[in-house]
Design a protein around this ligand. Structure first.
Ligand SMILES: *Cc1c(COP(=O)(O)O)cnc(C)c1O
Length: 405
């Protein structure tokens, strides 16, 4: 009897896949759909880009400063300093804060590698902190035990679009006089609510926040881009200098810097897209809401936990799979035309680059545990209900079938 149900399911499955794909006009499912997003704002974008071309002000054109002002207003932060990409933004922050080789920086290993790479690049020492298995963000309760006299900064990452536990992190930082650099590459548009009810935009709570405008990020441009946010005016001056060859005025170099600029075409694109950021966040949240409902009570799927303090903007929708082979599920989804990604297959502390630093033994059980179980599903601003229904039905069915084997 079991067998016949299974067989019926399989026949039924291939039939529905075919019917659904037909209905969707054979539209290919993607992790992100930047083409459809562009089509909707094409006229505004094209006009904005044409203006830059007409004025040939490719570097430091007026759009760069205007975008910085508009983003500062949006985030309610004093200073926004644009730069070339998100990785640079982290580097500029650490250089401007005067961090020196030997300084220890507490950060999660469970992040995109750039966070850690920049620490190593500057000769600083990464000290890996465990993450909270529910939020995927740094586990604030484990930070204090890692603090030594050499600790200078904490770099929380607002992973997948959810704000880290900033209230606890800021309290620890204040107690031990540490800098806080928020890696906000995945959570722009989101905000955090403190226990007294105060709301602050992600990236504006620490000494400095950094972000990326990589095309697939929540506020993405059409190339590379990044920015820094701060309410500290002295730090803003230093970060501007670092991003501009260490100079305040032309040809007068006061400190070691680098060359990191947001180009005018990207700023023009971002000025248009900033107007849609709230609606993009809402679109992502309704995708998440759909998945949450579809997978509720499925014992094999843990849906993302949403902290009540965080307005989650779902850069990724990342589930944890239990009692079923995650890689087999991913393979089967791919066969059915559903792309998924594992963010991140190898945590930073297991990367050869970090092992070459001989930091000593790093035990991060939760990080390793998550790495083996997470799977990120397609989520973007252009998803429709048909696609969501298809993806969730297929995933549930695949898990059922694998468990019956
Ligand atoms: C994307 C990302 C970065 C780096 O941004 P780039 O613009 O690609 O350099 C840094 N940290 C995190 C968490 C990211 O997701």
């Amino acid at each position: 009897m079991h067998y016949s149900i299974l067989k019926y399911n399989l026949i039924y499955t291939s039939h529905t896949i075919f019917a659904t794909i037909l209905k969707m006009g054979m539209e290919k499912l993607q992790m992100v759909d930047l083409k459809s997003q562009y089509k909707k704002i094409k006229d505004d974008i094209n006009i904005a880009m044409q203006e830059v071309l007409d004025n040939a002000s490719y570097i430091n054109g007026p759009q760069v400063g205007l975008f910085a002002q508009e983003l500062a207003t949006y985030l309610d932060v004093k200073h926004v300093i644009p730069c070339a990409n998100g990785t640079d933004s982290l580097q500029i922050a650490m250089m401007a804060l005067g961090l020196k080789p030997g300084d220890e920086i507490i950060t999660p290993s469970y992040t995109y590698f750039a966070t850690v790479e920049v620490i190593a690049l500057l000769g600083l020492t990464p000290v890996f902190c465990e993450v909270d298995p529910k939020t995927f963000c740094i586990d604030a309760s484990k930070i204090e035990s890692l603090i030594t006299p050499n600790t200078k900064a904490i770099v929380p990452v607002h992973l997948y679009g959810q704000t880290a536990d900033m209230e606890s992190i800021l309290a620890i930082a204040e107690k031990h006089t540490l800098f806080v650099i928020e890696d906000n590459a995945q959570a722009i548009g989101g905000y955090y609510t403190f226990s007294d009810g105060t709301k602050k935009a992600n990236g504006t709570m620490g000494n400095v926040g950094s972000t990326s405008f990589f095309p697939s990020k929540n506020l993405g441009c059409y190339g590379d881009g990044g920015a820094l946010f701060t309410n500290d005016s002295d730090l803003a001056v230093r970060m501007k200098m670092v991003a501009n060859h260490g100079q305040k005025s032309k040809y007068v170099h006061e400190i070691v810097g680098c060359n990191s600029r947001l180009d005018t075409l990207q700023a023009a694109v971002l000025r248009v897209k900033l107007q849609y950021l709230d609606s993009y966040c809402e679109a992502r949240r309704s995708v998440a809401d759909y998945y949450d409902k579809a997978f509720a009570n499925n014992p094999s799927i843990t849906t993302p936990f949403c902290s009540p303090s965080s307005y989650h903007v779902y850069h990724q929708y990342t589930i944890q799979l239990h009692d079923v082979d995650r890689d087999a599920v991913q393979k089967e989804l791919a066969i059915r035309g559903i792309p998924t990604t594992i963010y991140y297959p190898i945590p930073a502390h297991r990367q050869a680059m970090i092992e070459s630093l001989h930091l000593g033994e790093t035990v991060l059980e939760t990080t390793d545990w998550l790495t083996a179980r997470v799977l990120s599903l397609p989520i973007h601003t252009e998803m429709n209900e048909e696609q969501l229904s298809f993806i969730s039905t297929q995933l549930i069915e695949i898990i059922e079938n694998l468990k019956q084997k």
